[in-house]
Design a protein around this ligand. Structure first.
Ligand SMILES: [Zn+2]
Length: 569
């Protein structure tokens, strides 16, 4: 039994995420966690909300609420949606937790003791009109790198370049719109990432198995232009982790907080502490400290491509720089973007489907299947309603759902709701077992490699094999001359339903549970000897005919949804 630590990039607290966000980290991470659990491995799957920084302050101000209240409410909203999509986190934490405050301050102390923090007196944008400094998203302007006109003070959304507010051309306050900004002196802490460039590069060079998307982004940040830059890790804000050296004050840094991108990844660790303190498990250090057993943990992170620099460079710089025995990531799975009907999802314009709306119109398995089987892995992918309708109707309703329905209904009408006795496997059945065995082997290999689309295709192919068998064997015809053989064919069909429920559970957990319950399957153990696994439901075993597993989407519904989500929210 292996031990898998799995984290999904933590979603920012403000607002409800769209389907593109979901498939970029949380959903594939859940797929992998469910798969590793189903294979009998020990899994700790963590996610949290990312709660600090200027966007939370701005959103809370807009909602007319104290920022702490706003974050607590939005955390609950996101937690409920995660449950709705069956995201099987062992804990869904909060980066504003006391655990993360303590750990972030402790990391800063360790980095300072290692000589990796420098204090910098610098001039920052100050808005006399707003009476405050304007860090990060409190300021917008034109990106000096790509010319995008709404680049934020900390990062350009268009070219993903990390920025400092002073870099912006034609800067303006996002609070008041003021452009009469002035430069004022303020003191900040910088993490000396440049001093760690060689160590980080050597570490990334050991990751020959990482996706090119991940390593190419990391290499770009390491080597482009002047190379890896030191990074300001503090801000003139109220909301965040107060700057302290461990539990001691940090002279000269009073009233400042750590930058959200410094404390957010540390929440991956703090989340395990929250998990333990919530009574959900024990010994968090066994997952995170290599001096406490984490050496044999395999740690996999999931994220969208815009988060790669922080996970390949900034967070490892924190971990390596601390000189303490923390677990480093073993594998980073990154994703491209999902587009929506020929454009982009847009939160501000309400374009595309958001997580709450998706669950209002269809159960989560429909979305899980489409999103995962079209995951933006090698390229950006596109959601279209035609494609969604076709994929649901063909893959889920016609192939899997129809198989379960035909087999159970035919059995009930001819043999009753018990697995029928009689007959033995012939050549056709032996061939099916061999073909399925090959296909499931491919499926497992793709899942191990986290090739999400290929895994979905192999799973679908395994469903198709059952349908083709049923079509050829035609027990409804066989029954007329040879009821014994028909009984064997149907017994195999019922066992196939059980098998499909087991192997499909990482993708479509609700349908899987429904089918296992209908088959009164007893166990949901992953198949090992397919011959024996396909005889687990023996003669006389009672089952029930399941309700419709997947319904079809009608053209009129599709057109209605197309119009509804075109951008009015
Ligand atoms: Zn840019």
């Amino acid at each position: 039994m292996a031990r898998h630590l799995i984290t999904s990039a933590i979603p920012y607290i403000n607002g409800i995420k769209h389907l593109g966000n979901l498939v970029g980290s949380q959903l594939p991470a859940d797929l992998y966690a469910r798969y590793q659990r189903a294979r009998g491995h020990e899994v700790l799957f963590l996610c949290a909300t990312d709660e600090h920084g200027t966007p939370a302050e701005l959103a809370a101000a807009k909602a007319g609420k104290p920022v702490a209240d706003y974050c607590a409410e939005m955390h609950d909203v996101q937690a409920k949606l995660a449950e709705g999509f069956r995201l099987s986190f062992d804990h869904f934490g909060r980066s504003s937790s006391p655990q993360n405050h303590r750990l972030t301050q402790a990391f800063a102390k360790a980095l300072d003791e290692a000589g990796l923090i420098r204090e910098v007196s610098e001039t920052q944008m100050y808005s006399p009109e707003d009476g405050r400094f304007l860090p990060d998203r409190y300021i917008e302007g034109t990106c000096p790198n790509c010319g995008f006109e709404s680049a934020r003070g900390d990062q350009c959304d268009n070219c993903t370049k990390q920025l400092d507010p002073v870099d912006l051309i034609d800067p303006r306050s996002t609070i008041s719109g003021a452009t009469n900004l002035e430069m004022r002196e303020t003191k900040h802490l910088f993490l000396r990432q440049s001093a760690m460039k060689d160590e980080l590069e050597a570490w990334i060079d050991t990751k020959a198995d990482w996706p090119v998307l991940t390593t190419s982004i990391a290499k770009k940040w390491l080597n482009d232009g002047d190379g890896l830059q030191d990074r300001g890790i503090t801000r003139d804000l109220d909301w965040g982790v107060p700057v302290q050296r461990g539990d001691e004050p940090w002279p000269g840094m009073e009233g400042k907080v750590f930058y959200v991108w410094f404390d957010a990844p540390i929440e991956y660790i703090a989340c395990a502490q929250e998990w333990e303190e919530a009574g959900k498990g024990s010994d968090w250090a066994r997952w995170w400290r290599t001096d406490a057993g984490a050496d044999d943990v395999r740690y996999t992170q999931f994220m969208g491509k815009d988060n790669v620099p922080f996970h390949t460079l900034s967070f490892p710089a924190t971990i390596l720089g601390s000189g303490e025995p923390w677990k480093l990531v073993d594998y980073i799975k990154s994703f491209n973007y999902l587009n929506y009907e020929g454009g982009q999802f847009s939160t501000s314009r309400g374009r595309g489907v958001f997580m709450d709306q998706a669950l209002d119109i269809l159960p989560s398995d429909y979305w899980r299947w489409w999103l995962l089987s079209h995951a933006p892995e090698s390229n950006d992918a596109e959601f279209t309603w035609e494609n969604f309708q076709s994929s649901v109707n063909k893959d889920l309703a016609d192939v899997l759902g129809n198989f379960a329905s035909r087999v159970t209904k035919f059995c009930r009408s001819k043999f009753g709701e018990d697995v029928p006795a009689g007959g033995t496997f012939g050549d056709r059945e032996r061939q099916l077992v061999a073909d399925l065995s090959t296909k499931i082997g491919e499926y497992e290999a793709h899942m191990e490699a986290i090739e999400v689309r290929k895994a979905a295709a192999a799973l679908r192919a395994a469903w198709v094999l059952g349908n083709e068998y049923l079509q050829e064997a035609a027990p409804w015809s066989t029954f007329k001359e040879d009821p014994e053989t028909a009984a064997m064919q149907i017994r195999l069909g019922l066992n196939l339903i059980r098998l499909y429920a087991v192997i499909s559970s990482p993708f479509i957990p609700d349908a899987s549970a429904q089918l296992l319950e209908a088959m009164k399957a007893g166990d949901a153990n992953w198949p090992s000897e397919l011959d024996a696994d396909l005889q687990k439901l023996g003669a006389g075993h009672a089952f029930t005919v399941p309700d419709v597993t997947f319904r079809k989407i009608a053209d009129a519904e599709r057109e209605d949804w197309q119009a509804r989500f075109a951008g009015t929210r």
